[in-house]
Design a protein around this ligand. Structure first.
Ligand SMILES: NC(=O)c1ccc[n+]([C@@H]2O[C@H](COP(=O)([O-])OP(=O)(O)OC[C@H]3O[C@@H](n4cnc5c(N)ncnc54)[C@H](OP(=O)(O)O)[C@@H]3O)[C@@H](O)[C@H]2O)c1
Length: 333
């Protein structure tokens, strides 16, 4: 089968090699999926650059790709909830990625059935970012009617985080690129702020939660608009001790991340706020919940641009270059 392979970390580039490798064998708990589409994420570039190696250490050669949509062709002996022919999607297990390939062998606990109305390209917008949003909102534990500010909501994360936030009954304020204003309001955002025209930190205050996608440069302002005792979940800041403990990391990593994230823990501490970092992990049950939410309230998925597997490096460059209007997708078969 064809697969896009990384031979070793590369600080600046995105030069995967598309090559022929054997179709993977499956274990009893796995299914073999013929991949139709795969989402391309900023995370793929971060992995290539070696930016997440303290969180997950990969060995090489590594088949890249964190999320896929496809059809099950084979099931392992203990697989009960899925059968050959099911159209499924999933965020690949953290330690066992590889969605940029014609086939993936993936654990049954990482996948869910795709809502029928979504095309393969639209479905590729869902797993990684919708699970990220779900995992963030589960940490916030919000009540209906509360308000969340999602920074940078005009990208692929916002396209899922906004409808997921609405399913929790939240009022959603987001900012981002003005060209995507109408699309983002259509997704369900209650208020949009064009980041090139207005500074949200001058006009917002006392929001109940912040979902941060921008990291260090924006975190001080995001804590400023957050109410006393409010919670901020960051996707781009530094991991802290709480993250390392929640992820069952070794004592060394707990100490390391405690030091790394202490700057943000201190910022949060000034107003008794809470700082969380997340690194989205596979979760088939969570994704099934997402599928149910999106069956009940159909979403308009935001597909930005579609590339072939052979053009994977162009797709990665597109994601790195900004100007995102949603998800960059690979059409594989
Ligand atoms: N920790 C995790 O598990 C996890 C999971 C998913 C995503 N993430 C992270 O979340 C971030 C967003 O992901 P994504 O897929 O949505 O990226 P994306 O598709 O590239 O979108 C980013 C969006 O943010 C906008 N933006 C840039 N600078 C901004 C600013 N100063 N203020 C407001 N908006 C701004 C961009 O607009 P322009 O067009 O103007 O640049 C773009 O619309 C990435 O850093 C990604 O690595 C982390």
């Amino acid at each position: 089968m064809k697969a896009a392979v990384l031979e070793g970390y590369n600080k600046n580039g995105c030069d995967l090699v598309v090559k022929d490798i054997p179709v993977p064998a499956i274990s009893g708990e796995e299914v073999l999926v013929k991949v139709h589409t795969a989402g391309v994420n900023p995370l793929d570039n971060m992995i290539i650059h070696g930016e997440v190696k303290l969180i997950v250490q990969y060995s090489f050669p590594l088949i890249m790709g964190n999320e896929f949509v496809g059809i099950i062709e084979k099931t392992g002996g203990t697989v009960r909830d899925f059968k050959v022919g099911d159209r499924v999607y999933g965020r690949m297990p953290l330690k066992n990625i590889g969605a940029f390939a014609e086939y993936v062998a993936v654990n049954q606990n990482a996948i869910a059935k795709v809502p029928e109305y979504l095309s393969d390209e639209e479905a590729a917008c869902v797993p990684l970012t919708a699970l990220t949003a779900l995992q963030a909102f589960e940490l916030m534990n919000p009540k209906k009617g509360e308000t969340v500010f999602i920074s940078g909501g005009t990208g692929s994360l916002g396209a899922m985080a906004i409808p997921v936030a609405k399913s929790f009954g939240l009022t959603v304020i987001t900012n981002g690129n003005g060209e995507s204003r109408d699309r983002v309001l259509k997704l369900g955002a209650d208020r949009f702020i064009d980041y090139k025209k207005e500074n949200y930190a001058d006009i917002l205050s006392n929001v109940d939660y912040v979902l941060d996608t921008l990291g260090d440069r924006e975190l001080p302002n995001e804590f400023k608009i957050l109410k006393d005792e409010g919670s901020l979940v960051s996707l781009r800041g530094l991991p802290n001790g709480e993250f390392a403990a929640r992820s069952n990391m070794s004592l060394i990593k707990r100490c390391l991340f405690k030091i790394a994230g202490s700057k943000y823990d201190r910022m949060a501490g000034q107003k008794n706020q809470k700082y969380f970092f997340i690194f989205v992990h596979e979760d088939g049950a969570g994704l099934s919940r997402i599928s149910e939410i999106f069956k009940g309230t159909p979403i308009e998925a935001s597909v930005d641009e579609v590339f072939s597997l052979d053009d994977v490096n162009k797709a990665l460059k597109k994601v790195a270059s900004g100007g995102s209007k949603g998800k960059t997708v690979l059409r594989i078969s």
